[in-house]
Design a protein around this ligand. Sequence first.
Ligand code: G3H
Ligand code: ZN
Length: 287
Amino acid sequence: MLVSAKEMLKKAVEGQYAVGQFNINNLEWTKAILLTAQENNSPVILGVSEGAGKYMGGYKTIVGMVNGMIEELNITVPVALHLDHGSYDGALKVIEAGFSSVMFDGSHYSIEENISKTKEIIEIANAKGISVEAEVGSIGGEEDGVVGSGEIADPAECKSIADLGIDMLAAGIGNIHGKYPENWAGLNFDALAAIKDATKDMPLVLHGGTGIPEDMIKKAISLGVAKINVNTECQLAFAKATREYIEAGKDLEGKGFDPRKILAPGFEAIKATVKEKMELFGSVNKA
Ligand code: G3H
Ligand code: ZN
């Protein structure tokens, strides 16, 4: 059964580790992440962007697929199905479809409008036991058509949003979606510490988890980050493994053209990436 992200993140703050949100794109992605979570006895959050939601055939299709896998693959670790960078309408749709968690990304609105819309989503989501993530400041780069300015979050604004009763807060602290540029300045830990101080025990979310050096991940967790989002890194691992299979001509040998064979190396590459992240984030054996 799907669960809200509330309890798993509360436990993560107390235990000083982070739960990974891994974005899904299709059946292989979903199965790889769920099996890895189960094998490592780790809680997990499956992230779905609005673009990926459309690609997979719609939110109800995804709910059916994830619930079916949880039952038939005997997944017993806590799993939350979470809308990533959702619009107001997208948030309403996933709540209706049966997601257990939602991000309303109002970071491109004025803080007043972000607050009022986040408040409305909280009321609707909480009535169904669904957890809510909000965003203040902005994550740099682009993800699935969502472009961010990279603005560092203001601690007072973070507190205003946190006090509404959200379950997790994404704050821009110099993090960027996609690959980090060579000249990246790194995470802004002074900003993170000030946000932590202003929001107390609020689980903080680190977006743009791809390619952040290990020492920065650990420091971020020590400063209150309890959820880390990873998307691009699984895509890169999948693409590399698939390319190697095709370039080696394996799709031309025997039954190598069978999609179940072509997609197998990429599937294993996602599993390896997710396992590595769960170990780094400290969520192994925390289910
Ligand atoms: O919302 C999802 C993410 O923040 C993932 O970022 O693609 O850089 O790993 P990433
Ligand atoms: Zn993100």
